[in-house]
Ligand binder design. Structure first.
Ligand code: SF4
Ligand code: SF4
Length: 152
């Protein structure tokens, strides 16, 4: 009597184990036909989606071949993190100032976007860059106008 219940238990264990094995193989088999969502970074780079919020950058316009910043300071005043420093010069030929220096401390920028929204010249935007890294916090203070000129 005892040996027959042991046999039943033995067969039941085999059936349960076999069922688990088939379910596991089915999960593995299905994965063979699903799209791959990971990439071989850094050999392979991602294309960011349009709404991605990378660090703030200045936009180059076709008419001036550079930014349109007039150094009004509105972005500097609205920034809740107080991480913008902008300076400009007024040329004799024009009524407007022209931005010549634009520092942002990216280690403290929260990417809130207020500077982008308020700029009357629409010369700021979120970049698509996702690899910005700094060896020290001081290297995170970046002149985005200089970066714009260097990216020519
Ligand atoms: S995104 Fe926000 S926190 Fe960053 S510089 Fe602009 S206003 Fe300041
Ligand atoms: S980036 Fe725009 S808001 Fe900021 S100082 Fe220049 S023109 Fe003014």
């Amino acid at each position: 009597m005892e040996s027959s219940s042991g046999l039943v238990q033995y067969v039941r264990d085999i059936l349960i184990g076999g069922r688990s094995l088939i379910i596991g193989l089915w999960v593995t088999f299905k994965r063979l036909f699903t799209p791959i969502v990971t990439v071989q970074y850094p050999r392979q780079k991602l294309t960011m989606f349009p709404n991605f919020r990378g660090h703030i950058e200045a936009i180059r316009f076709d008419d001036t071949k550079t930014h349109h910043c007039v150094a009004c300071g509105m972005c500097m005043r609205i920034c809740p993190s107080h991480v913008i420093k902008v300076q400009g010069v007024k040329s004799k030929a024009s009524d407007h100032k022209r931005g010549t220096l634009y520092y942002i401390d990216f280690t403290k920028c929260s990417l809130c976007g207020l500077c982008v929204d308020i700029c009357p010249e629409q010369t700021l935007r979120f970049s698509q860059e996702y690899e910005l890294a700094f060896p020290s916090r001081w290297d995170g203070v970046i002149d985005i106008m200089k970066r714009l000129e260097e990216s020519r």
